[in-house]
Design a protein around this ligand. Structure first.
Ligand code: NAD
Length: 245
């Protein structure tokens, strides 16, 4: 244990789902974690966890990011986990939906990476993990038009960053979950006319016959964040219950 002993991490979307599970997993492994989210009330549930500092940060708000930056002296690990799933085809996608998808899935990670990279360059070390999805450049899924397009951009951004900063000792990788049971996944199920059928259909996409857990994704992020993956950069890692096999 203590696989992240002495390290400092920033984890976004940490109030619930995969981000929260990852913040907890990092803390368990001896990491000092800045857990950030828009939803401060939900985030507060982590306030008593040893090793975790909570901060209300909107990853699209530059002032919020600057305030966080001023507080985080050194950073070893940045996990950009914020994302938004629009359920719909191109014909369901107006410009507002397109912009929201690219803002939350791509621009948030762009702003956070841009803000924190100089601190990593200074110390010639760092591991960045960007949250993509198997529904991206890996595979198409029904009614995931803006989502898939924007998550594909996350994979491309990851590769681009990895090439530019490999000589600075910074590793950049992305992760692609399949369907993971999180609060927003439950919301997506309930958006359907027949939620019972929607649940069955979601599980059917997973060849393992079950949904993934946030902890299963957190374990992959932990590996990429830690020195165990020290020879790995510019890669995309899939944990999808066989969805894309
Ligand atoms: P979630 O969607 O349930 O929660 C997201 C969290 O992000 C919330 O706490 C929300 O308050 C926060 N957030 C939203 N906008 C924010 C902003 N501007 N600044 C800061 N925080 C903000 O969590 P999840 O389902 O675990 O998804 C996390 C990531 O994993 C997303 O990028 C998602 O696309 C990706 N992902 C999820 C699944 C899945 O099946 N759940 C599959 C593949 C990829």
């Amino acid at each position: 244990s203590e696989r992240l002993k002495g390290k400092v991490a920033v984890v976004s979307a940490a109030a619930q789902g995969i981000g929260r599970a990852t913040a907890l997993r990092f803390a368990e492994e001896g990491c000092k974690v800045f857990a950030i989210d828009l939803n401060y009330e939900k985030l507060s549930e982590l306030s008593t966890v040893q090793g975790i500092t909570i901060r209300k940060v909107d990853v699209l708000n530059k002032e919020d990011i600057q305030n966080l930056l001023a507080e985080v002296d050194v950073i070893d690990i940045l996990f950009n986990c914020v994302g938004y799933v629009h359920q719909g085809t191109i014909l369901d996608c107006d410009e507002a939906v397109w912009d929201k998808s690219f803002d939350l899935n791509v621009k948030g990670a762009f702003l956070m990476n841009q803000a924190f990279l100089p601190k990593m360059i200074e110390r010639k070390r760092g591991s960045i993990v960007n949250m993509a999805s198997v529904v991206s450049s890996i595979m198409g899924a029904k009614a995931r038009f803006a989502y898939g397009a924007s998550k594909g951009a996350v994979i491309a951004m990851t590769k681009s960053l990895s090439v530019d900063y490999v000589e600075c000792g910074i590793r950049v990788n992305s992760v692609c979950p399949g369907t993971v049971e999180t609060p927003s996944w439950h919301d997506r199920v309930n958006e359907h006319q027949d939620p019972v059928q929607a649940r069955v259909d979601f599980i059917k996409r997973q060849k393992m016959g079950r949904l993934g857990t946030s902890e299963e994704i957190a374990n992959l992020v932990l590996f990429l964040a830690s020195d165990e993956s020290s020879y790995t950069t510019g890669q995309n890692f899939i944990a999808d219950g066989g969805m894309s096999m």
